[in-house]
Ligand binder design. Structure first.
Ligand code: HAM
Length: 423
């Protein structure tokens, strides 16, 4: 036998048994973004490598070791997008969507990072993201958080995810704080792990984000960025907190929340759960007021977030919520005899024409009653429609109730529309 070919490690198929839960999540997302007046943007999956280097930052995990980059046949360095924010800004600048305008955009699709695969962390994963441009005040930051909160309700996972917020202040305030932080960390240099010692030189704020418990115990006593904010950022942050309080949205201020991408300033936030083990961040984002200009556009304030859809699927699955798995069909049509077999597609089409929202499947090929009924039951249909010579002659179908203990009935073809009410 020929050797079978398998999917790439960390890149998953989504099988029919799982697609209903994905569709449930995607349908709710579409509904909620429409509800807030956001418009969809679709950008290519491949971009020039420079785009991500210049936005996410050269000294980040993503750019240093996780990108799928390759030279194309022209010798240009291209990269499978590891995230959507840079792509959105690139497209916005290129098509003049951002300068002096307000935009509320959303996107959904695959992203690629060469990370070590584990539960909730994959090499191809999917993000739903939202980006808003041209809005400076904290009210749009609040809107970002409200969209998340509304989605948790729609998914039935409210109460399972917790909001953490922080402010990174302005670039200048952060530069000043970096010096204070480096001085503190230098005093504990021996106790830092190798990665943190390296970060201390390249990107010291990322030491705050270390998952190593020994480093965490040092970081606990480090000076806090939130105590070194510039006055405007401080005001922005306290207004954000005030609005969240007014709305009754619970949150924790986490001074160690710094995010792994370089473009952020002021508000950053993450929604985290304890139900997924190490990969508990289901949604993350914040402000990136400098990025539009950094990528060649005219300066525009910006804020956004992205959710990992695989993590949401795992979370929704783990809670075993009812009514999500919509498998099988509603109606299965069976043909008894050759004439019926010839007409079955016409009748199935008539059923679909009169009941556009029902899932209707016809038996294909021949087979005795027992064999066809076995297929009807396997299809999980609620009704079997049986067509034989008698039915053809009288212009009727026999309706058999597969999910209820009810006598079968004879239904005139002219009344096929009433099938919907029998499901
Ligand atoms: P991020 O924190 O890199 O931010 O990713 C956002 C979310 O994507 C994570 O919280 C997680 O749920 C999911 N995610 C990331 N990597 C993986 C992976 N390897 N496997 C599965 N899920 C993953 C961003 O990407 C920013 N662009 C978010 C943003 C938008 N900030 C402003 N606007």
């Amino acid at each position: 036998m020929a050797k079978t070919i398998q999917a790439i490690r960390g890149m998953n198929d989504c099988l029919p048994s799982q697609t209903s839960i994905w569709q449930f999540i995607e349908a709710n997302i579409r509904q909620v973004v429409a509800n807030y007046g956001y418009q969809e943007i679709r950008t290519p999956i491949v971009e020039s490598t420079d785009l991500f280097k210049r936005s996410i930052g050269e000294v980040t995990d993503i750019v240093e070791k996780e990108m799928y980059s390759f030279d194309d046949r022209n010798g240009d360095s291209l990269t499978l997008r590891p995230e959507g924010t840079a792509c959105c800004v690139r497209a916005g600048n290129e098509h003049g969507l951002l300068y002096n305008q307000q935009q509320r955009l959303w996107y959904m699709g695959p992203m690629f990072r060469h990370e070590r695969p584990q539960k909730g962390r994959y090499r191809q994963f999917h993000q739903f993201g939202v980006e808003a441009y041209g809005l400076e005040g904290p009210d749009i930051d609040v809107e970002m958080i409200l969209i998340g909160a509304r989605l948790w309700k729609a998914f039935g996972i409210e109460g399972q995810v917790e909001l953490q917020i922080n402010s990174l202040g302005s670039a200048e305030a952060r530069a000043k704080y970096k010096a204070v932080l480096v001085e503190f960390l230098q005093q504990h240099h021996d106790k830092l792990d190798e990665d943190s010692q390296r970060r201390l030189l390249t990107n010291p704020l990322r030491v705050l984000d270390s998952k190593n418990p020994d480093v965490q115990s040092i970081v606990k006593n480090a000076p806090k960025l939130i105590d070194h904010l510039d006055e405007e950022s401080q005001q922005h942050f306290s207004l954000l907190c005030e609005r969240l309080d007014n709305l009754g949205i619970e949150y924790t201020v986490n001074p160690s929340l710094v995010r792994g991408l370089d473009y952020y300033n002021r508000t950053v936030f993450e929604w985290v759960t304890t139900l997924l083990g190490a990969q508990g961040t289901v949604c993350a984002g914040g402000r990136y007021d400098g990025l539009v200009e950094q990528l060649g556009g005219k300066s525009s304030p910006a804020v956004g977030f992205a959710m990992g859809l695989e993590r949401l699927v795992l979370l929704v699955e783990s809670l075993n919520l009812p009514n999500i798995h919509k498998q099988g069909v509603d109606i299965y049509l069976m043909a008894m005899g050759e004439s019926a077999q010839r007409s079955l597609a016409n009748i199935a089409e008539a059923v679909r024409n009169t009941n556009p929202s029902l899932r209707v499947q016809q038996h294909c090929g021949a087979g005795n009653f027992k064999k066809q009924m076995k297929k009807a039951l396997a299809s999980k249909a609620k009704l079997a429609l049986i067509v034989g010579d008698d039915e053809l002659e009288n212009n009727t179908v026999t309706v058999k109730f597969l999910a209820e203990d009810k006598e079968q009935i004879n239904l005139e073809m002219a009344k096929l529309a009433s099938l919907g009410s029998m499901i």
